[in-house]
Design a protein around this ligand. Sequence first.
Ligand code: ATP
Length: 945
Amino acid sequence: MSIGPKNNLDDVLKKRGSISDSNTLSSLPVLVPKAKSKFKPSTNASPSSSTAALGHNALPSFRTPGFGKPKARKSELEASTAREVIDLSCSSPSPRSKRQLETQHITDAFPSKRRRSGLFDDKENLSFINGDMNGKGKAKEMDDVEGLVDVCSKESTERASLTKRDLYDPFDQLDIDFPSFKRNPRLNQHPQNPTQDHKDLESKSVAELRGLLEFVLSLQHTNNCSIEQFRKSQNSRVDIVTLEGIETLFSSRINAIRQILESKEGTYCDPSLVTSPYFNDIHNSSSVSIASSETLNGLSSDHNRFSSDPILDSFEDDIEESDYHTGPNSDDFYWPEDDMDYEAPELSAVLDASFSAANKSLAEVSTSREETPDHTAFANHPFYKEIMRNLQRVFRLKNFRQNQLEAILAAMAGRDVFVLMPTGGGKSLCYQLPAVCNGGSTKGVTIVISPLLSLMTNQVDALKTKDVDVLVWNSETVDHGEIMRRLRGYPKPSLLYVSPEKVKDSGALKSIFVDLYRAGDLARFVVDEAHCISTWGHDFREAYQCLDSLRETYPRVPIMALTATANQTMVDDIMKRLKLKGCAFFQQSFNRVNLNYLILDKKAKILDDIYSFINTKHRGETGIIYCLGRDKCEKVAGQLRQKGLKARHFHAQMSTTDKEQVLQEWQSDRIQIVVATVAFGMGIDKANVRFVIHHDLPKSLDGYYQETGRAGRDQKPADCLLFYSYRDYKVIVKMINNPRNGDSSELASPEARERQELQARIVMQYCLNVSDCRRVQLLQFFGEKFERRNCHQFCDNCRHAVEMVEQDLTEEAKAIVSLVQHFHSITTQLVTLDQCRTIFRGADTSFIRERNYNRLPQYGAGKHLDGELHEQLFKRLCFLEGLDEVSMQGNGGWHVYYLKPGKRAGEISSGREKVKLFYRPKATKVIKASSSSVAKTRKGKGGKV
Ligand SMILES: Nc1ncnc2c1ncn2[C@@H]1O[C@H](COP(=O)(O)OP(=O)(O)OP(=O)(O)O)[C@@H](O)[C@H]1O
């Protein structure tokens, strides 16, 4: 017997019914599926790095990962097609969920989720009641699943008997699908006359009501999308009557919640304050009858954006919200009631606690940063006087910052120079000032090779305001003749900014270089953002490779390389490529003392979090929000605008004029926030950026450093807030392995992909490490040793000065992995993480009993553990590759993640690999000791500083 069509409506409602019931659907953030086996943790990582707890404690050093084999994802998926699917939609609501349906007591604030793109192409995300849709609605990889899902047979029979007779009465269908509805007189009323009793709402708190409202709105959104799709496609298989009936229920309920909220709060309840911003469009329509086609049409343009697969559509950055927030039958949509006592810290609580502490220490921090280096030792240097004179007269600065003078002196002495300075440290002065000096052993034009037009424009404009004679030659230059004339004549310009592409391709420019060289008029080559030359860098730029030949072609011309983001590997690489010799190397701490690092779990309500963060801490201040995708940028900017913030998007696909306009408006404080892809990075030099938010996981830690480096360039405190999720990590990995538009020519080499994956993994590890100082971790990545006490509690981990707890959970980990192995290899069933977790924690539910899961040896193996640890342990096992998740997309468009044993399952289930959790328990929690677990507290590291 083939499995019946997968039925989104079933899922929505069943899950609604079982929202608090973890045995059918519960939630964990999706876990990291894989990592390269050749990834080697740093030997100087934290003490536990030798154990499986490594990733929790320390970053690996940045080293060559070795090159792995191409992935076998497709085959993995194919292999799983023949497995039994425990059809989520077929599991009966548990007693608890039934009870909850009856009382309409929905305790959870339903996290808003966006269905996966592709949904609207699909004509079947609705309730079908007989089995004649052959295979439709099944997960795509599950076409051969015959004779499976016996648990559904009874319900299938009932469905078959319903057939057309009841097709147009949505509540008959509901009664079959959801008996609990039948028993609930309130819900059994005719949809056209929804005079329901919403008395249950009256006893609820405002917070609960807000949660309920969000929950119902998000369900309504899902339903509305289906209705809208039907209106576009007129798909005869869609039961529009059912959908509209349900919409009436939603509207009635939403109105009731709103009214009660209004009466409790005494004011009109603004939907934007109580609902997830992902659904703003729907919020506005929620009080309007869904039957109004006008309303629906109004909505359609917004939804069209979600009609394609973002992953395949774009490698660079077209990632949709749906990649993080799958549809209603995604497990991470729900949280089991048992685990509701685990709450990730609310943003407001985190901020309130953290910022007061942070602000206290900042005064010290920022004053120490501004300390002027003592340069008296250079006072008698032959170039000193001219340098100081130009510093003040031309650049209108009083003093040098650390290493600036030293680098300038070395340059004027004609040496090759490497300047490694943190973002905003003042690298430009190191080559601009020598360029305007007459002393020194070189004379002539300083050629600055710069990767970005905007960077060049900014710098050239700034130099012109200082009356510096500067020219620029890049793809936008119209009058080459004038530039050539100036370069061949006298007086020559002090600086010429050029793009690497021009250096590579322009014969005219090359011939000018040769002429200048012969005349001894090439003062130096400056390679700005030199990390772009290294394939190790996150900004590797093809054209930079041509700079390899500068040394051979112009051997007497000194070279200066500057970057803010290079670890030792990259530095070596850059030096080798540019063939620097006798190089004066200036390196200073990468530490940005005035940046406050804060990392939070990414939740469905991320936009609310971002909004309240900005509104509470940075009202009216300037900031940047980084997103992975172009569409995302536009959407987030739009949503923030709806909330009253002055936000604009910025990404590579915009026209130059639009980009310039955004930049200009932002620079001049006419807009407050730029929501951008990484295209908005190098060269952005605005002093008063008070916050940088990463809406999505950055692709690499050096990229993250570079992006956060846009903040606080005036040396005043600024916040760097990163929202992370496993979903983001998986999306990035998927992007790496799926070339844009399926164009295999865009697929990077296996080595490059491996490297990119490693970089993403390092970022994930950084986020997961809740014990080590963020600075220690970040700087360690750049090969710098940093004392935690010097952080001055200016990162989240240092501020949470509580005792960290380390717990050995090897036995529990063995149970989990062997449980998944059991399903995978013996019963060949597909199971979700939450189903496994339900078994692991020993839930006594009908779901468990009916399937005899309570007879499994692993049943209840984690009963003694705190719910918080369940979640973390599963996460950890995915990260350690004891478990892996495979995603399957149903015809409804959304994905379900199933567990399978990971690459290192054998190591863990055999106990050869120890699994420890190092975590920060909530103060109120007592860690129940397990006979198999050794819990001990650790102070110092991760504890109070
Ligand atoms: N000695 C100094 N005293 C005061 N301000 C300075 C000094 N040197 C540079 N600055 C200022 O610091 C800011 C950052 O300088 P610059 O753009 O050169 O940084 P950068 O190191 O190139 O940063 P990034 O790598 O992030 O682009 C500029 O606004 C610059 O005017």
